[in-house]
Design a protein around this ligand. Structure first.
Ligand SMILES: *Cc1c(COP(=O)(O)O)cnc(C)c1O
Length: 378
């Protein structure tokens, strides 16, 4: 029996929602995409939402909408999926890595402040594992230095910071991913949300070739066929097939989150106080989306534990390799970057299986194996 670290939950009504689109007139971006945008914006508490082909595309158009360009620096956490930093490189700008907080594993606001230069234009806090970053502190720093904030909420759809959902914290923009392991899925898919109408218009432009038919944005109007390309945009549109799946999944999000929280609590109860294990800590006043359950092994040899868990048939994983470790980054000026907290976490952590469809019987098998392996001293 193979138990992956993450897995989508697709039910009969999700399949029906997709089939209905395939029988209709619109299969690419149409009314279902508009409906998914409206429903997600209402759910997270943002004014505007723009669906896109994937979360990486959402990060890219958010950086473009923010006007990030060559010569700019954008501060990102050292521990994240590479896309959070790659989006800055796509714009010709330079990601600057801030270390993580050793307790929450999220970007450390104090290190963000230390990494600010006169080239810094924006901060991309990543709500790692679904646990919200210390957004009050990040907003305070952003306001003090005149920086934009683009939240990477790929793990955090439905998560709450001080009672408010991620997406409603009045950052300039927030992005979400609908990859199959994420809180809800559209196969591939992403979304950027904002309260700012100008940024919203720019997100729309960059999603679709930089083209508009919006009269107020055009230089002139030569007739009903007429449109203008105002920016160098992309084709990052989401299909209605995906969007219909998204709307159907969104209805289940609270149920999925409750189940993830329950399973995370069971892991906590099993591992808390066990010598050699460090369970993930929650900030008071936050509600994690529990995208990942990251366990630290402080005594056993992490690499051996990882290999043994894989051998046992568990699709455990490591989230993430510090981004600046990657050969591409080392070859492009990042060879001397070193974030000590990120390094320590990276050397000790393993992400255990966590997804709504995981049964307690399966989880108990994982728990027993982890407890057995944690006793082996390196
Ligand atoms: C998944 C993920 C992304 C990118 O999302 P895709 O939809 O896979 O392109 C960005 N940031 C983080 C932190 C992610 O986990």
């Amino acid at each position: 029996m193979y138990i992956p670290y993450g897995h989508q939950t697709i039910e009969e009504d999700d399949i029906q929602a997709v089939a209905n689109i395939l029988r209709g007139d619109f299969i690419t971006t149409g009314p279902a995409a508009a409906e998914f945008e409206e429903k997600t914006a209402a759910y997270v508490g943002a004014k505007y939402a723009v669906t896109v082909a994937n979360g990486t595309a959402a990060l890219h158009i958010a950086c473009l909408a923010a006007g990030i360009q060559e010569g700019d620096e954008v501060i990102v956490p050292a521990i994240t999926f590479a896309a959070s930093a790659n989006c800055v490189l796509y714009c010709g700008a330079a990601p600057v890595f801030a270390d993580i907080d050793p307790v929450t594993y999220n970007i450390d606001p104090a290190d963000v402040e230390r990494k600010i230069t006169d080239r810094t234009r924006a901060i991309i806090p990543v709500h790692f594992t679904g646990q919200p970053c210390e957004m009050d502190e990040i907003h305070r720093i952003a306001a003090k230095y005149g920086l934009l904030v683009i939240e990477d909420g790929a793990h955090a759809l439905g998560a709450k910071y001080r009672g408010k959902r991620i997406g409603s914290l009045h950052s300039d923009m927030t992005i979400f991913s609908f990859h199959p392991v994420k809180p809800i899925t559209t196969g591939e898919g992403g979304m950027a949300v904002t309260d700012n109408e100008k940024l919203y218009q720019r997100l729309l432009l960059f999603r679709s070739h930089g083209v508009t038919r919006e009269e107020s944005l055009m230089e002139k109007n030569e007739g009903g066929w007429y449109y203008e390309q105002l920016e160098l945009g992309y084709n990052y549109r989401m299909t209605d097939i995906q969007a219909a799946l998204g709307s159907s999944q969104l209805k289940k999000l609270d149920r999925f989150l409750a189940r993830r929280r329950e399973l995370a609590k069971r892991y906590d109860r099993a591992f808390e106080g066990v010598p050699g294990l460090v369970t993930p800590k929650q900030l008071p006043d936050t509600e994690s989306g529990w995208h990942l359950y990251v366990l630290q092994f402080t005594e056993a040899d992490r690499n051996k534990v990882f290999a043994d868990l894989r051998e046992a048939g568990f699709g455990v994983n490591i989230h993430y390799i510090p981004v600046y470790h990657h050969p591409y980054y080392r070859k492009h000026g990042y060879q001397d970057v070193y974030c000590p907290n990120a390094e320590e976490l990276y050397s000790r952590m393993i992400s255990l299986p966590l997804y709504p469809g995981l049964t307690e019987e399966q989880q108990d098998i994982v728990i027993n194996k982890v407890l057995e392996l944690s006793k082996e001293r390196s």
